[in-house]
Design a protein around this ligand. Structure first.
Ligand SMILES: NC(=O)c1ccc[n+]([C@@H]2O[C@H](COP(=O)([O-])OP(=O)(O)OC[C@H]3O[C@@H](n4cnc5c(N)ncnc54)[C@H](O)[C@@H]3O)[C@@H](O)[C@H]2O)c1
Ligand SMILES: O=C(O)C(=O)C[C@@H](O)[C@H](O)[C@H](O)COP(=O)(O)O
Ligand SMILES: [Zn+2]
Length: 372
């Protein structure tokens, strides 16, 4: 992983051999054709976006890439986590086939993590693989989902259960797009920014604590630093373990509980970042009950998550048997082995470890941490 900056953009490189690529970070990049320089040109391009993002940014992106492709098509999907489904994926394939797109067609994912995950999966599958570029327009997508090649759709029984590892050719993070992002979505993105502190970089957590007000008010320098440092950490982890044989699982901190909340409450009721925020508090308390961190660490993490205007208590997903329902959903998590749920726990500030935990301790955490 290497980083370089100039006045208008900061670049983070992700080193994956012949699948290496650049993450470009800066204001106004989406409207600048130079952001897409040196990518392969092709006859056709397909921009995948949704009904909220299309009116805001589709025309600008089309103008920026117009010289690279003879035809620039677009498919506009319904908006929301509830639409991260086979049906939406099929809308992308329908559009590609309707326009006679060949295997050199470039896909552009224009939107948040939902659009990005589905576009990447469509790119991995269409004609057994076509190139794609991530143009993330939410904070969450800029600091996390557009980087690293995890692509997927949801299943009613579990998050991201059907997918593939498939890397983009470039990530173009235009920080200006965050100006139109609703406050709740900004906070959701901050959950994944905060995540990088306890698992890898306590100095970054300290910086986040000091700069939370600036982040919440979209201060340009603070945002640029948060996106750059998050991408650097993610690039470093993914560069060592692209397909989650081991280390990469630390990026799942807060997600074992969080994904249970998302699936259990019905996709979209809680935003992904909200569920991860509460899930990180629950995982930190579990770490503390297993003797891995002290109470002061848990309190510090709870405080920073709360300051990002995120929930610090989990959801009640079953009024009669809440803890059992969590366990049932978490057993399907992709980190589970032979029916044992494996959690990302904090093993001292800045250090994460993936391990199983006794059911009774997990249930005590759920019983103490969930509020209606
Ligand atoms: N692949 C990965 O590594 C990875 C990492 C983290 C999260 N994810 C996935 O990402 C998804 C969450 O992503 P998200 O938080 O971006 O949600 P999202 O894609 O649903 O976007 C959030 C909302 O913001 C809207 N929006 C997007 N850009 C906008 C803009 N600039 N202005 C105004 N509105 C805008 C969207 O239309 C949507 O309503 C989840 O499905 C999660 O599982 C994947
Ligand atoms: O990139 C990763 O690896 C992550 O775990 C990042 C997470 O923030 C993200 O939500 C990811 O999609 C979760 O992965 P999953 O394998 O649990 O579906
Ligand atoms: Zn996540």
């Amino acid at each position: 992983m290497t980083t370089c900056s100039n006045s208008s953009s900061r670049n983070v490189a992700i080193d994956l051999g012949d699948r290496s690529y650049d993450i470009r970070i800066g204001h106004g990049l989406l409207s600048d054709p130079l952001s897409f320089e040196s990518l392969p040109s092709s006859t056709a391009a397909m921009v995948v976006t949704n009904e909220t993002v299309a009116p805001l940014y589709l025309d600008a992106l089309k103008r920026s890439i117009a010289r690279r492709h003879k035809y620039v098509h677009a498919v506009v999907l319904p908006d929301g986590e509830a639409f991260k489904t086979w049906e939406s994926l099929n809308l992308i394939f329908d559009a590609l086939l309707k326009h006679g797109c060949d295997r050199k067609t470039m896909l552009y994912a224009l939107g948040g993590g939902v659009v990005g995950d589905m576009t990447g999966f469509a790119a991995a599958c269409y004609m057994r693989g076509v190139p794609f570029v991530q143009v993330p327009t939410t904070l969450l997508a800029q600091v996390d989902s557009s980087v690293g090649g995890k692509t997927a759709i949801n299943h009613p029984l579990g998050k991201n259960m059907i997918g593939a590892f498939y890397q983009p050719l470039r990530v173009v993070c235009d920080l200006s797009t965050l100006n139109t992002l609703p406050q709740r979505e900004l906070s959701a993105g901050l959950a994944e920014v905060i995540k990088y502190g306890p698992i890898h970089d306590m100095a970054f957590l300290h910086w986040i604590e000091l700069n939370m007000d600036k982040l919440l008010t979209l201060d340009a320098d603070a945002l640029a630093h948060a996106v750059q440092r998050s991408c650097e950490i993610k690039a470093q982890v993914v560069g060592q373990d692209e397909r989650e044989a081991g280390l990469r699982a630390i990026l799942n901190f807060g997600h074992t509980f969080g994904h249970a909340i998302e699936a259990g409450m019905g996709y979209g009721a809680w935003l992904h970042g909200e569920a991860v925020g509460a899930g990180m508090v629950m995982a930190a308390i579990l770490s503390e009950r297993l003797g891995m961190v002290d109470k002061a660490f848990v309190q510090r993490l709870r405080q920073v998550i709360d300051s990002a205007r995120l929930p610090v208590k989990g959801a009640v997903i079953d009024a009669n048997a809440n803890a059992l329902r969590y366990l049932e959903l978490m057993r399907l998590d992709k980190k589970s082995e032979s029916g044992d749920i494996r959690f990302v726990l904090i093993d001292g500030p800045g250090k994460a470890q993936v391990r199983a935990a006794p059911d009774d301790v997990v249930m005590s955490v759920i019983n103490d941490c969930c509020a209606a």
